[in-house]
Design a protein around this ligand. Structure first.
Ligand SMILES: [Zn+2]
Length: 536
């Protein structure tokens, strides 16, 4: 059956605590949602804030091929005449073909929040719906708190729906506004509404009981044909129903049509696009679209998916635009790394011993607290060292670093480094703003006469994290350093209970990697590394 999708990322989604979009962001997202094949895009509440008013004023810039732009608002205020109500007027002036208005269906809210009688509430609903219909709008009636209202006083809740239906509403959308309704009770209420009403029904759920997607699917099973949600489940409190999961489930598991099978493969990229504009990391564990949704780490899982993906994957990742990832870790068997290296033709170039040794090195490093997944530079260096075991640009003989703070003058660090290279022993001393800076300068002084290109390599980010906080300031730390040489960027990792040593390891790995890359450009290594670290 054809199920209509209604996206409210730009309205309900922005009520999520960490979510904020500029008008430009909102326009870009609306365009993307249209390309994805979403049927309705709720752009905002023009009666409530200037940003949403501006969005609708600029909506002419959009080139929507499929979606119907929708403005959101409430039924008129009790004290206002319908034609003088600023909120309702703003809805008309937003110029959208569709409007969604919410009205009260819970007796508690009508009495307490609005302080009006049931009759008055029904009048607000029917007058507002009729007014908007008279202005040529398609009207979706959002029955706010419908399920709580139905549980409290079902006759009252159903009369509110009747008022909307008889005034000409096009869709009756049942809302689990507080998000706490359990699935069997929600399904029962939807079934009862289905028996009594002929109009298309919609569902709008929140995730406070972690059931928003399940409740939406249960409502569809009871005959609902219009589903509301947000990309990545953004929304107030615990969020709205995640429209990405709803779409994938309806299409792949329930035999319904929403955006269509061909567009389904854009789902993961739209999820990432919206997360990027929200300036939020996309949670890795998000079903279907997260980077971990098809990631395999346990050794048993890995060896099984390598033989047959369906053993540990509920759908093929490609159908939603995601991909299988096989992770390396101390949990895994040999299958993981061989999988990566085989995929890119590297495994065949290693002897059996070299393979075993590489695997042991990786297991040992991860056991010591290295996080190779986040440090593709260090991983790449390990692979390259396995491929070219004799290639040693330098060995560290020793290093020393000290920091002096004297009175109010700025702290000063001094380092001395001695390296053994094939050309001889090199020692350098340098002063820096801090110990990492001083060591970095020494490394360059020793090596740049031999390898001038390393002057291009520059630190761009530095992160340190305590690994075993029980040991207090003696704890082991992990240092992740990001580098660039103007052509590409990479991250290296060092672990030690001495923060200087951890930094030094990450630093020397970065320089060694750059030198290895310069001696051999190898695209298959690039591809294996990129694949391994995809999305990190
Ligand atoms: Zn909502």
């Amino acid at each position: 059956m054809r199920i209509h999708t209604f996206d409210t990322t730009l309205r309900d989604g922005t009520q999520g605590e960490a979510v904020s979009f500029t008008v430009d962001d909102k326009l870009a997202i609306a365009q993307k949602l249209d390309e994805l094949g979403i049927d309705y895009i709720e752009g905002g509440w023009p009666g409530s804030n200037r940003r949403d008013q501006e969005f609708f004023a600029r909506a002419g810039e959009l080139n929507l091929k499929h979606a119907r732009l929708t403005a959101f608002g409430s039924t008129r205020f009790a004290k206002n005449r319908i034609d003088r109500d600023p909120n309702v007027r703003a809805l008309v002036e937003a110029g959208t073909p569709t409007v969604a208005i919410f009205g009260k269906t819970w007796d508690l809210h009508t009495r307490r929040a609005l302080g009006i009688s049931e009759e008055e509430n029904l009048k607000l609903i029917s007058e507002t719906v009729r007014f908007l219909k008279d202005h040529g709008k398609e009207v979706i009636f959002d029955a706010e708190h419908f399920f709580d209202g139905y549980a409290s006083n079902s006759a009252f809740a159903l009369r509110a729906l009747e008022a909307a239906q008889s005034a000409g509403a096009d869709v009756l959308c049942l809302c689990d506004t507080n998000g706490g309704t359990l699935t069997p009770r929600l399904a029962e209420a939807v079934a009862e509404v289905r028996r009594r009403f002929d109009l298309p029904l919609g569902i709008h759920t929140h995730n406070d009981a972690d059931l928003a997607v399940a409740n939406t699917l249960a409502a569809v099973e009871q005959g609902v044909t219009h589903v509301q949600g947000t990309i990545n489940g953004y929304g107030e409190r615990c969020g709205n129903a995640n429209l990405c999961s709803i779409i994938a489930n309806l299409e792949l598991k329930m035999g319904h049509t929403t955006i269509g099978a061909d567009k389904l493969s854009n789902l993961a990229s739209v999820a990432r696009f919206v997360a990027e504009l929200a300036n939020l990391p996309l949670p890795g564990h998000l079903p279907y679209v997260g980077k971990s949704a098809f990631a395999h780490k346990g050794g048993v899982h890995v060896s099984a998916v390598l033989k047959e993906a369906a053993t540990y994957e509920h759908v093929p990742p490609g159908v939603v635009g995601n991909r299988q990832r096989v992770l390396l870790s101390d949990l895994s068997g040999r299958g993981n790394i061989l999988y990566k290296l085989k995929q890119h033709g590297i495994a065949d170039r290693l002897s059996e011993d070299a393979r075993r040794e590489l695997l042991e090195r990786i297991k040992h490093l991860e056991f010591s607290g290295y996080e190779l997944e986040a440090a593709e530079g260090t991983f790449e260096l390990l692979v390259r060292e396995a491929l070219q075991p004799g290639l040693h640009f330098f060995e560290v003989v020793n290093f020393e670093v000290s920091t002096k703070v004297d009175g109010n003058s700025p702290p000063r660090s001094t380092a001395t480094v001695t390296l053994q290279t094939p050309q001889g022993v090199h020692t350098a001393t340098a002063h820096g703003h801090g110990p990492v800076h001083a060591l970095d300068l020494c490394l360059r002084k020793c090596l740049s006469p031999l390898y001038p290109s390393i002057t291009e390599v520059r630190l761009t980010d530095y992160k340190v994290r305590v690994l075993d906080s029980k040991r207090g300031s003696a704890a082991k730390v992990r240092v992740l350093i990001e580098w660039t040489d103007h052509r590409r960027s990479w991250t290296t990792v060092g672990v030690s209970d001495n923060v200087i040593e951890a930094s030094w390891r990450a630093m020397t790995d970065a320089i060694r990697l750059e030198l290895m890359r310069l001696t051999e450009h190898d695209e298959s290594i690039d591809r294996a590394v990129e694949d391994y670290c995809w999305g990190v």
